[in-house]
Design a protein around this ligand. Structure first.
Ligand code: IVH
Length: 676
């Protein structure tokens, strides 16, 4: 006799409740009532029932949290609104300066209300809810594109798979939530014990453990890792009709998200923020998770919007970092490394020592002046520090502990890799190897070219690059594309399968985007972010090859030094030749232009010049609002200017605009367009 549908339904319901209760007991209360085997039996029974009656599967079922199949590779996910990072402050002066900046922006002296939240040291994640269902979760990646980790995020029990409806405040059709995935300290300690008892390497710190657990291809492994998450932001808060960050967190909490951190607080002035910082720093190590500082956010959402963001970080927030942890150790050697641009960097090799949870054995000494200023010598006992993601550095030498007969450090006169001459140009702090064909430079260049944010050539790591360059098979990125199975087969320890994989990856890399390609070229000062700006402004490679400093400097974010570096790169014949070889038919790299992010505003994609004084807002605010509308602010009027905004007492830019027939907007016109 088959069981009746109702009975099955009710058994499924009971199992779900039981499993959820045991999950909570195990993960949150650390007080399991049943053995793992018993838990597995319950889980298995539920799975079987659901498999036989798929119509009864609901997104909230615990099986849906660990139901995802392993993936082969993480799929890229584009963030509709970039995931920004935060500006950092390291002392009260930085914080007061931030507060002043905010007030100056509004030309106001009134106290600003701030929401202050602990800055949990974990991994930033974006969640997307559609019609209240969790449909996607991704890592921050480079801020624009992250990796799809939906199956893994679903295993985190405090992340709702469906939102709780709220009659007064229905959730929008699409909600983009951002937050931090982390591993609680106690769970981290237990996980490491388990790792070690299995003979596996322990994780260096909770953040690495969280990141490693989240980036598992098999969600079933992630499910065994005690991750948790706090949500702290949404992509477009102005669409939710809340007045403050505090209310936003309450709203998210009401929808079932873990958004309200009890350690967070609203401070009514910057003085209160400083007080709160001191209190929290005292209690820092009593918190159940690792914090590396505070995040200070302007509480009012409308002020946040008026302040807007630079392309890198919001103007309305600051990360106030706790003092970095310091340790002492002994310098065993000072090695000089050669980078992609030929820059020589002295690096101290030290007795390994644990600093803020991470084993450190190398620290940068930056350049000759820095080594001289600190007078770091081999044999010295030094104080080193490490703050967050920052590369460890030597703070100072403990002079009293210097052994006898140490020798002051000096930069080598020849390149430690290729033996060519080394120069230090006037005005520069670094020494450079003059040989553009220096193997160290070539290797670094290839490594950069193949890296994830550049052409993303899977399987081309530093070991293989070393081999290819040392065997004289590859001299520049274009040479990579003439590698064949036969040639690769000659390399030691190269299996045919990995050779074929590499060739496939190379083939795949030929279809790429303009911004990736620009980044891959390795132009000095041009990171992921500027590469994107250049791609958006030029739309193709050709006009960028013919650009000049003046045109570049008209782009809001580019100053004289960066403009010069780009022009120098683009006019260099070797670089032009490389670009040509990469893009002409034989190799045939094709570049898709960036999708213009259209903000829907009439200013989107337009270039504006400001002149004179505006009555209703500061110059800073005018610039910020043009940028948030998708426009660009240029410093000088040219044929490419779309509008000149004229305030009171305009300067000679007004006459230039008239001469060049550029449309002139009064302040009133400008305000109207901003509203559209
Ligand atoms: S706000 C636009 N709030 O800190 C808002 N970030 O570089 C950007 N973080 O990548 C972030 N706790 O992973 C914010 N309460 C908090 C945070 C927080 C930790 C992390 C986040 C971000 C990094 C800032």
């Amino acid at each position: 006799m088959t069981e009746g549908k109702e009975e099955i339904k009710s058994r499924i319901e009971t199992l779900r409740q039981e499993i959820n209760r045991h999950n909570r007991l195990y993960y949150q209360e650390d007080a399991p009532e049943i053995s793992d085997a018993e838990y597995d039996r319950l889980f298995h029974e539920l799975k079987e029932l659901e498999a036989a009656h798929p119509e009864l599967i609901t997104p909230e079922s615990p099986t849906q949290r660990v139901g995802a199949e392993p993936v082969e590779k993480f799929t890229p996910v584009e963030h509709p609104v970039p995931m920004l990072s935060l500006d950092n402050g390291f002392n009260p002066e930085d914080v007061l300066e931030f507060d002043k900046r905010v007030k100056r922006f509004f030309n106001s002296t009134e106290d600003i209300s701030y929401m202050v939240e602990p800055k949990i040291d974990g991994v930033a994640v974006a969640l997307v809810y559609e019609a209240g269902q969790l449909v996607s979760a991704s890592t921050r990646g480079n801020g624009y594109v992250g990796e799809d980790v939906t199956g893994n995020i679903k295993t985190i029990l405090t992340v709702p798979l469906t939102l709780t409806p709220n009659k007064d405040k229905p959730f929008p059709d699409r909600l983009d939530v951002r937050g931090e995935v982390y591993m609680p300290l106690e769970d981290f300690a237990q996980l490491n014990q388990r790792q070690e008892s299995k003979g596996l390497a322990p994780f260096a710190n909770p953040r690495n453990a969280a990141a490693g657990s989240l980036r598992q291809l098999d969600p079933r492994i992630t499910a065994t890792r005690p991750l948790n998450m706090f949500c702290y932001a949404v992509a477009r808060p102005e669409l939710l009709e809340v007045d403050t960050q505090f209310e936003l967190l309450k709203l998210l909490t009401g929808w079932g998200m873990r958004a309200y951190n009890p350690e967070a607080e609203v401070c009514e002035s910057i003085q209160e923020v400083l007080k709160f910082y001191n209190e929290l720093e005292q209690r820092r190590h009593e918190l159940p998770y690792e914090v590396d500082g505070l995040v200070i956010k302007v509480n009012s959402i409308s002020l946040q919007n008026r302040l807007g963001t630079t392309t890198r970080s919001p103007r309305w927030a600051l990360a106030f970092k706790f003092a970095p942890e310091v340790e002492t150790t002994v310098v065993k050697a000072i090695e000089v490394q050669v980078g992609r641009t030929g820059a020589l960097t002295p690096v101290a090799h030290m007795e390994p020592v644990q600093v803020s949870g991470v084993m450190v054995s190398r620290a940068t000494l930056h350049n000759e002046d820095e080594v001289k200023r600190k007078d770091v010598r081999v044999g010295d006992t030094v104080i080193i520090q490490r703050a967050g993601d920052v590369i460890p550095e030597v703070v100072r030498v403990i002079q009293e502990e210097r052994p006898e007969n140490t020798i002051p450090f000096s930069m080598p006169e020849t390149c430690p890799v290729c033996g060519s001459g080394v120069v230090r140009l006037s005005g520069e702090a670094v020494h450079r190897c003059v040989n553009a064909a220096c193997p160290a430079q070539i290797k670094q260049h290839l490594f950069h070219f193949a890296s994830k944010d550049a052409l993303d050539i899977d399987g081309l790591g530093s070991k293989l690059i070393d081999l290819l360059v040392d065997q004289d098979m590859v001299h520049d990125p274009a040479d990579l594309y003439s590698l064949t199975l036969e040639k690769l087969a000659d390399l030691p320890r190269m299996a045919e399968k990995s050779a074929q994989n590499l060739l496939n990856a190379l083939e795949g890399s030929k279809k790429t985007t303009l911004e990736r390609f620009i980044f891959a070229l390795g132009i000095r000062h041009v990171g992921v972010h500027l590469a994107r700006i250049l791609a958006e402004n030029y739309g193709a490679l050709e006009p960028l090859l013919e650009t000049d400093a003046k045109e570049l400097e008209a782009i809001y974010e580019i100053g004289p030094e960066v403009a010069q570096s780009i022009v120098t790169f683009m006019t260099n014949l070797k670089n032009r030749d490389l670009i040509q070889r990469l893009t002409e038919e034989k190799i045939g790299i094709t570049l898709s232009p960036p999708v213009k992010s259209d903000t829907g505003s009439p200013l989107s994609g337009k270039s504006l010049v400001l002149t004179g004084t505006l009555k209703t807002m500061t110059r800073e605010e005018a610039k910020a609002r043009i940028q948030s509308a998708g426009g660009r602010v240029a410093g000088s009027v040219s044929k490419k200017t779309d509008y000149v905004v004229g305030g009171e007492n305009p300067g000679k830019k007004m006459t230039q605009a008239e001469e060049l027939n550029v449309k002139i907007l009064s302040e009133e016109d400008f305000l109207k367009i901003l509203e559209e």
